[in-house]
Design a protein around this ligand. Structure first.
Ligand code: DQA
Length: 137
């Protein structure tokens, strides 16, 4: 099974960024543990702070991979273009968030991705990604 984990803006700062919200684990350290936990899954990881690069990646893998786990960061709440990209590809996309976006500012309650996602997982810390992986098993 081939899965892409796609992280959007500011998620390269995990471990340093607002640790009271996002924790102290870097994504690289977490990704190593995830690969160890699911040795049968072929994971790819890509992160970008650039909206168009996230869209290009969705187009590149979105007709061949078994699934995409997407944390689009703040683009979740603003990007019609990422929503359209998900609508246009065939691989199922799970929207994930580390924090519980629904318990935060009201602008985080809107998602342009959720209408086209196979599911949404939010609020379980880094475990949100594990739960998304589990959904593909
Ligand atoms: C986030 C929540 C978003 O609102 C925020 O802009 C992020 C991270 C999360 O994982 O909790 O960058 O997607």
């Amino acid at each position: 099974m081939k899965l892409l984990i796609l992280n959007g803006p500011n998620l390269n700062l995990l471990g340093k960024r607002e640790p009271e919200i996002y924790g102290t684990t870097t994504f690289d350290a977490y990704f190593v543990s995830l690969q160890g936990k699911y040795p049968s899954i072929d994971f790819e990881y890509f992160q970008s702070n650039v909206e168009g690069e996230l869209i290009n990646k969705l187009h590149e893998v979105g007709f061949s991979y078994d699934g995409i786990i997407l944390n689009a960061g703040a683009y979740t709440h603003t990007s019609i273009a990422i929503g359209d990209a998900i609508k246009g590809i065939t691989s199922p996309v799970i929207e994930v968030h580390i924090s519980n976006v629904h318990s935060r500012e009201s602008f985080r309650h809107t998602s342009y991705i959720a209408p086209y996602a196979a599911g949404v997982i939010a609020g379980f810390g880094m475990k949100s990604y594990d739960l998304a992986v589990e959904s593909f098993l």
